[in-house]
Design a protein around this ligand. Sequence first.
Ligand code: NDP
Ligand code: ZN
Length: 187
Amino acid sequence: MKNDLAFLLKALYFSAQKHRHQRRKDTAASPFINHPIEVAHLLWTVGEVSDATTITAAILHDTIEDTDTTCEEISMQFGNEVLGLVLEVSDDKNLPKQERKRKQIVHSPHLSRKAKLIKLADKISNVHDIAFAPPDHWSLQRRIEYLQWAEDVVAGLRGINKNLEKHFDETLAAARQRLNEENKENP
Ligand code: NDP
Ligand code: ZN
């Protein structure tokens, strides 16, 4: 327990340092670190996931994709299991964006169980934000397309955690309702 807490605090500090200059894409430009913390919190509270490796990897899940963090840094500080999980949920930034999006749909059924849990919580967080704290200047159409893509990725993650899957479904339904309402207000 004491070691798990130390591990988790180390990951929080590492991730906060790596993401320190980044903001989310919402109008308020929220601190980026709020997102990985939310993903870890969803795993713990909704998914009842208490495994330190999964929670730690959730805290670190966007460091390789979105910062200068190297594989060596993660493996030296957090070990190869955490590194493997972070890599499983990271896109290959060398690929064009459309291809990266397509690959997420194709690869999601083949991820490890722990990586699926992280990906599911990540999509819950992002689907919520697309509806309620959306990226600046995104059209309604683009937000609708994002929700459909997220649903397609999550289709490949099902069968591992009923609570998280139900929470995703509820978040997606609320997001679609919100976009419908926005569409009615500003057709
Ligand atoms: P992005 O992948 O560029 O942006 C979405 C990602 O941004 C999320 O998955 C999340 O990733 C992160 N993010 C940061 N802040 C927020 C926030 N407030 N709300 C939600 N997510 C946030 O966008 P798309 O999904 O649209 O993918 C780009 C694709 O869209 C390309 O294929 C491009 O060609 C196409 N495109 C479509 C347009 C359209 O109008 N339909 C216009 C332009 C491009 P994370 O968890 O990693 O932080
Ligand atoms: Zn993320």
